[in-house]
Design a protein around this ligand. Structure first.
Ligand code: PLP
Length: 445
């Protein structure tokens, strides 16, 4: 049998790639010029051709413990042979309770009731429903509005899209939910190249008060913020900003929700952003690193009295909260989550992130000397490097992530921001490799 010509092979491959509609990706460009991964281990991905690519974004902020952890794979395998599935409605399995209990040791004090979902997007919409349900039982069903922020990302379900503050994620999908108002974002020119929490911008929290004065604070159900905006490109909260939001929420009876899908599980150098920044929300969403990204899972941690209020208001033997997913607390996800809880405890991953953070921040900020870099923001084990706009906004950032892949480095880019958030098992030598590769690509952009 003769060898197919390379051109014919490429055409055949391009044809077989067509049916997969890729999410959040330039389908046409990717299928013409694919950049794939075939396997991964520890800090590295490997392309189908075998090239090693260091993972500078923990996959997508998921893989805190490094790729392909055998403990997790084994736990999932055993679970699928023991109990592959049970309906989560009216039935349950022991690992769901065990995982919720383990998670509640990490969440901020008082947020010890855990509702499982399959993603961050589902966690966000779940938290919105909890807020509405809670207020209704409290006799405040007029609280139907939500407040969030420009440059926020809260997933892609309709609730989360309405909360989101990123134009491309909203513009196609119509009006979304009525009654969602966006505070201004906190990226200020005075804070350029700030390390950690910036000095300026606490006053931007007063936007919430303006909405209270404009619409009536008694009509607002909840405020959603990422303690550090992640997907947009690492916007740490100005000093005092989250505290002020908390104060206004308390005064107005509004629930404060931290969307910690990225900032949770050590990324900020503490269990959650709540603990890192010393502000406790009423509801907290999480996903990603809860299973090390090995199985889909998200969760909402709720204040105990929110759970009590909702469950006690229900009938003695009836459903109290009409919400849930077929795969809520899926046995395989719970098994992965429990194995990950063991890794967090045994390897002290969160303490390790806290210890590594100052070195990480210094290393990333050293990239300031690349001419193309216009800002760097950083906190915990997350940073973003902005590159100067070249023609169309986002074009240079897009080009950068492709060149970085080709140079052996994987990261998440959003527009012209290159986001660095390596697995928390990152060592000095990995950090050196990340910075060296980034410097080489940035100098050539
Ligand atoms: C803050 C935040 N909320 C929600 C989501 C959505 O999570 P998922 O993609 O798992 O639905 C993300 C995803 O990155 C996120 O960063």
């Amino acid at each position: 049998m003769g060898h197919a010509e390379p051109q014919a092979q490429a055409a055949e491959m391009a044809a077989t790639m067509q049916p997969y509609w890729m999410p959040f990706s330039p389908n046409k460009e990717f299928k013409a010029e694919p950049r794939m991964f075939a396997r991964a281990k520890g800090m590295y991905f490997y392309t189908p051709e075998g090239q090693e690519v260091i993972d500078a974004s923990a996959g997508l902020f998921c893989v805190a413990a490094g790729h392909c952890r055998e403990e997790i794979a084994q736990a999932v395998y055993e679970q699928l042979q023991t109990l592959d599935f049970t309906a989560p409605f009216l039935r349950a399995h022991p690992k769901a309770f065990e995982l919720a209990e383990r998670v509640s040791h990490y969440t901020p004090e008082g947020l010890n009731r855990i509702f499982f979902t399959n993603s961050g997007s589902e966690a966000v919409d779940t938290a919105m429903k909890m807020a509405l349900g809670y207020h209704r039982i409290k006799g405040q069903s007029q609280r139907q509005m939500f407040v969030s922020r420009e440059r926020a990302y809260h997933g892609v379900n309709m609730g989360g899209v309405a909360l989101a503050g990123m134009v491309n994620n909203r513009r196609t999908f119509g009006l979304g939910l009525a009654g969602v108002h966006h505070m201004r974002h906190t990226a200020l020119p005075q804070n350029k190249f700030a390390k950690g929490q910036p000095e300026h911008g606490a006053d931007l929290a007063e936007d919430l008060l303006r909405f209270c004065n404009l619409y009536g604070g008694e009509n607002i159900a909840a405020v959603f913020v990422e303690p550090t905006a992640g997907s947009f490109g690492c916007l740490p909260p100005p000093k005092g900003y989250l505290n002020r939001l908390r104060e206004i929420c308390d005064q107005q009876g509004i629930l404060l929700v931290f969307d910690e899908v990225i900032t949770g599980w050590g990324r900020m150098g503490a269990n959650f952003g709540a603990q890192a920044f010393g502000v406790t929300p009423d509801l907290l969403t999480m996903a990603k690193a809860i299973t090390n990204g090995a199985q889909p899972m998200g969760a909402v941690a709720a204040r105990q009295d929110i759970y009590d209020t909702i469950t006690e208001a229900g009938p003695a033997k009836g459903v109290e909260f009409f919400h849930g997913y077929t795969y809520s607390a899926h046995p395989a996800s719970c098994a992965a989550g429990l194995a990950m809880m063991d890794i967090f405890a045994k390897e002290r991953l969160i303490e390790r992130a806290a210890a590594m953070s100052p070195k990480f921040i210094e290393a990333v900020h050293a990239l300031q000397d690349c001419a193309v870099v216009t800002d760097i923001r950083s906190v915990g084990m997350m940073a973003a490097v902005d590159v100067a706009v070249d023609g169309v906004p986002g074009a240079r950032g897009h080009e950068a992530q492709k060149r970085l892949y080709d140079a052996g480095l994987n990261l998440k880019s959003t527009g012209d921001a290159l986001i660095i958030a390596p697995p928390l098992v990152c060592e000095d030598k990995h950090l050196d490799e990340i910075i060296t590769k980034m410097r080489a690509v940035l100098k050539g952009l």
